[in-house]
Design a protein around this ligand. Structure first.
Ligand SMILES: *Cc1c(COP(=O)(O)O)cnc(C)c1O
Length: 483
């Protein structure tokens, strides 16, 4: 082993070495990010070969400088540049500067969230942020929550909590010990046909299977058809099934459409179902004074998924799950002599592992803390209101243009549209944009290929949209010419 410093510690030589490394890293970042486009446009086969040629594990370490050279030459230029104004395909945001600093602190300390003795202040910050979030979304006494790795994990955790609670309440089943029993095979979860696929994945993982996910049709605004929901549950109950949960999507991944929590609540109440609000996307709208009413009263839901790595502009990953009845989180509680002894908790040493699917877990709450402190209510209001305004502006810009079809007026910051030329041209235009560094989304609506802008970057201005519309039309014209 070389005697060069290799672990960041409080020793002066370690700090000096690290500072130099950070400076070199940032210099590489700055050198490779002059291009304003989102992507180099490199062909995947070419990139794959270049990456493989970098080698896997050299016999002798190259040291930091040589490693950084390789990274700068081959990897950094071909990463996606999320801050680019030409990047708008997914719910995938650039990161607020102060939260990149948080990441540096999170990794430097490398505290872990599972037990108090692995992250004392980390545990207390996460608890404080969870409490703030519970009250921001309208929950009161008795509610609880936990940070997770993302919306998928938050959703799946909510379904686990709902399943265990339902089988316990209705059949006295101890799912933790005995599994889901015969009754578990008749459980059904309801969610819209355009909801996120983590519901299907979740029901598979939970031993319920994809068939336990009942897909509700949506209306012309892409929201759950409430009458259809009512009828489907009624019929399923008549046929001897157990509807245990429903998911309202608060901002569908494609359209940003928002299901009616109040109407869904009424049906769930009638059948004793758990209502989950998948607000992975729409949770950010609560920060906008102008638009917050659009997401409805989420406190009517039994649980809420919040993603901070979407509208809130935090680095991946960062999400939280909130539960109105905090006791439902006990589905994750389990004591181990080596980790979270019961006597700890009696003395105030909270071990958060008891609320999570994960064991070792990142101190992601620091990013929320630093972003909230830095920006405040007004800062988030401004950023989030702007991206929603932008989506509506773009919609207005193309709605009367015969070259485009744009079926749904956006409620959040996504616009689904298509060139009126048909599927092939739309697909090819997207591909050609990608090859030239502009990355936009593609999806399908009613069997038709659609293009999509997911607008999360508050640096985008109205004037940028005419430029991209022109670019899209130009590629379409080129393709028509080539046909
Ligand atoms: C993005 C998204 C998810 C999944 O969240 P991840 O953080 O990607 O795991 C779930 N639901 C909706 C509506 C989403 O938009």
């Amino acid at each position: 082993m070389s005697n060069k410093p290799f672990i960041l510690s409080n020793k002066n030589e370690d700090k000096k070495e690290f500072e130099a490394m950070i400076n070199k890293t940032m210099a590489s970042f700055f050198r490779t990010t002059e291009d304003p486009s989102a992507f180099s446009g490199i062909n995947p086969y070419v990139l794959r070969k270049e990456i493989n040629d970098l080698g896997f594990l050299p016999d002798n370490g190259l040291g930091f400088d040589k490693t950084m050279e390789k990274v700068e030459k081959t990897i950094l230029p071909n990463l996606l540049r999320t801050w680019s104004l030409s990047y708008m395909p997914h719910l995938h945001s650039p990161a607020l500067m102060e939260t990149i600093c948080s990441e540096l602190l999170i990794a430097s300390f490398n505290d872990s969230m599972d037990s108090w003795d692995q992250g004392p202040a980390a545990t207390e910050v996460e608890e404080a942020m969870v409490h703030g979030l519970l009250s921001l979304y309208g929950y009161s006494e008795g509610s609880d929550g936990c940070f997770t790795s993302g919306g998928s994990q938050s959703n799946i955790s909510a379904i686990i909590a709902a399943r265990d609670w339902y089988l316990g309440e209705n059949f006295g089943l101890d799912v933790k010990k005995k599994g889901i029993g015969e009754e578990g095979k008749r459980l059904l979860l309801y969610t819209s046909e355009i909801s996120h696929f983590s519901m299907d994945k979740g029901c598979h993982i939970l031993g319920l299977g994809y068939d336990a996910v009942r897909k509700l049709p949506v209306d012309d605004k892409c929201k759950v058809d409430i009458e259809a929901f009512r009828k489907m549950v009624e019929e399923d109950v008549r046929n001897g099934f157990y509807p245990f949960a429903a998911v309202a999507t608060i901002g569908t991944t494609d359209f940003g459409s928002i299901d009616d929590v109040k109407e869904m609540r009424a049906i769930c109440d009638k059948y004793g179902m758990h209502l989950h609000a998948d607000a992975a996307y729409g949770s950010g709208a609560i920060m906008s004074e102008k638009y917050r009413d659009r997401i409805g009263d989420l406190s009517l839901a039994d649980s809420i998924t919040i993603d901070f790595h979407k509208m809130f502009l935090l680095p991946i990953s960062c999400s939280a799950l909130l539960l109105k009845n905090g006791k439902k989180l006990s589905c994750f509680e389990l004591h181990a002599d080596y980790l979270n002894r019961e006597e700890d908790e009696e003395d105030g040493y909270i071990n958060l592992v008891g609320k999570s699917m994960q064991t070792t877990r990142r101190f992601d709450a620091l990013k929320v803390f630093m972003a909230f402190q830095t920006r405040g209510k007004d800062g988030f209001d401004e950023m989030i209101t702007k991206v929603i305004d932008n989506a509506d502006y773009f919609w207005c810009l193309i709605k009367d243009d015969p070259d485009f079809i744009v079926p749904v007026r956006p409620e959040l910051s996504s616009v689904v549209f298509a060139l009126s030329d048909g599927d092939e041209i739309n697909k090819k235009v997207r591909r050609r944009l990608l090859e030239n560094g502009t990355v936009i989304g593609q999806t399908v609506m009613n069997g038709r290929v659609m293009l999509k802008f997911t607008l999360l970057n508050p640096n985008l201005n109205k004037s940028d949209f005419s430029v991209i519309i022109e670019r899209i039309k130009k590629y379409r014209d080129d393709l028509r010419g080539e046909a």
